[in-house]
Ligand binder design. Sequence first.
Ligand code: SAH
Length: 293
Amino acid sequence: MFAPSTSFRLKERNALATITAALSLPEFQAGSVWLAGAGPGDPGLITALGLHAIAEADTILYDALANPALLRFAHPRAKLIYAGKRRGKASAAQSDISRTLVALARKGKRVLRLKGGDPFVFGRGAEEALALARASIPFRIVPGVTAGIGGLAYAGIPVTHRETNHVVTFITGHGADGNLPELDWQALSIASPTLVLYMALAHAEEIARKLIEAGRASNQPAAIISDATCDNQKVRVTTLASLGADARECTAPAILVVGENVKLRDGLDWLGSLSGRLLDPDPLKVEGFRRVS
Ligand code: SAH
């Protein structure tokens, strides 16, 4: 991890203090816990409130998906605790994390729980906040840019667009038991022209099959965005029929998106255009496009 000199840190912290004052950000009270979203990867996507929380916290429990570059804004004496949970890797038990948050707050610490994306989107933030509520610990929720929105934006895929979808559904592919949750795929298929799927790489084939069985066109566009918003972001555009096979070649973390809005990437891949991609000014005028009302 990048280790800045103390004077560099001091300058950054002073700059942050100026922003905190200018925006009248709330004081991080001793004995309280803030559950904050770090955004999906690009450190620039954290909120001002999130950055303020990092600078002020005595202890930071951070997730695997929170960009460690952000931690350089922590106070030099702040305690940084890794509390990540990644598939197949050693994981901190959820109850242990909640207990640690409560114990530290009771010791009078300013405790920051820093999570990837948004703490309330498939992030178990509510479970931790409920544990705090039960223990009468004051807490604040600091929202973040969720991967299913920020990741799509960095792929040049709008989450909604009038010509393609008036509805978007966020789905987790990972139920409490690790399997695909029991969902009404028929209803989803009909009611939601755009589906954004988290933690779904391993079940992509099954998901695509269920959607096609439910009547979704097998040539409907889909995309897989790995390491979204990070320097190594990869976007694979495919179809529903090929989603499973393509998913096997992609790496986690990844967001899956199924819907006609994926076609807009041809016109909106702003990141690609920065390295020379020519954008199509009229990306929806492609064969097979149907207006979804
Ligand atoms: N609270 C987080 C989601 C946590 S669940 C949020 O709001 O974004 C973890 C899942 O989020 C991953 O399996 C993946 O589907 C998605 N995810 C998080 N960060 C991602 C990234 N940088 N790129 C792609 N997917 C990401």
